[in-house]
Design a protein around this ligand. Structure first.
Ligand code: SF4
Ligand code: SF4
Ligand code: SF4
Length: 272
């Protein structure tokens, strides 16, 4: 029964969001949407507690495929960063704006970059590639994300300034083309740097929101210094090059932690 407490607590949080949005926006979709995501995340946490090896991948596939195929391709909602700018400019607090507010802007204050570890449909595919642990030191290329971030903003702003007709249709195709570009560049970068998460580290525009917000995250992996024997295994298995033995918020690559728990699973002393 103890193993069910955390999953049930998480489910309760998602259900609260689901019911609140359903009632305030008078739209049943929110009840379905957040209940589904809550059930997927809770199931994943339950499986993780039961020590099922692929628990994280199960959540990634359940949530990632739902967002990419159902919300993106079937419901034709642009859930990428361009969709966020689009709904923001139209002044509508719907779809991508709610998604960004919950998963990528305010949510990270509580669960850090849990989105990146458990729900992102780009990483869902990249994590199938063979370079699960980076074999080279991290490159100083993080500045590229500011270019992709600015490009997405300029693209949507230009459509409003020009102005262009048929915006909904353009946004749908922007979602399709955007995803193809993300997957193509993500796979290419993974092979060039021999690192599945190279796209996340250097190119992803969403990290411009995620990194500063997750700095304050409530949920963090911490190290029990009394148990740690400084073997360095946690560092070697971390896909994001985080120095998890340092408990300060300024630890090396601290805002890159995706809460994948590889370090926790591999620590020989149970120090994390
Ligand atoms: S950094 Fe970007 S691509 Fe990578 S998991 Fe996070 S949101 Fe997805
Ligand atoms: S794997 Fe565990 S014992 Fe080894 S350095 Fe990391 S926290 Fe310390
Ligand atoms: S291995 Fe540990 S420190 Fe690295 S991303 Fe995963 S949870 Fe974070």
């Amino acid at each position: 029964m103890k193993k069910c407490v955390l999953p049930l607590m998480l489910l309760a949080v998602f259900e609260t969001v689901a019911v609140t949005l359903w009632l305030t926006k008078d739209n049943m979709f929110y009840l379905f949407n957040f209940s589904y995501i809550g059930l997927s995340v809770s199931l994943g946490v339950f499986l993780f507690i039961r020590k099922y090896r692929h628990a994280r991948r199960v959540v990634q596939l359940l949530v990632g495929l739902y967002m990419l195929i159902y919300l993106g391709l079937i419901c034709r909602e642009n859930m990428q960063i361009e969709g966020f700018w689009y709904y923001l400019f139209t002044g509508v607090f719907e779809a991508a704006t709610i998604h960004y507010a919950v998963a990528k802007i305010f949510g990270p204050l509580i669960f850090g970059r849990g989105w990146c570890g458990y729900a992102c449909w780009t990483a869902m595919v990249l994590d199938f590639l063979p370079f699960k642990v980076p074999s080279q030191p991290r490159k100083n290329l993080g500045w590229i994300r500011y270019i992709t971030f600015s490009a997405s903003l300029i693209f949507v702003a230009a459509m409003f300034i020009l102005p262009v007709g048929n915006l909904e249709r353009i946004m749908f195709w922007a979602f399709v083309v955007g995803n193809v570009l993300y997957y193509a560049s993500g796979i290419a970068l993974a092979y060039v740097f021999r690192d599945n998460r190279a796209f996340c580290k250097y190119l992803c525009p969403v990290t411009v929101f995620l990194r500063p917000m997750s700095y304050f995250s409530l949920l963090r992996v911490k190290c029990d210094k009394d148990k740690c024997i400084s073997c360095g295994k946690c560092r070697r298995v971390c896909p994001m090059n985080v120095d998890v033995t340092d408990n300060s918020r300024r630890r090396e690559n601290g805002t890159e932690c995706i809460l994948c728990m590889e370090c926790v699973k591999n620590c020989p002393k149970g120090a994390l």
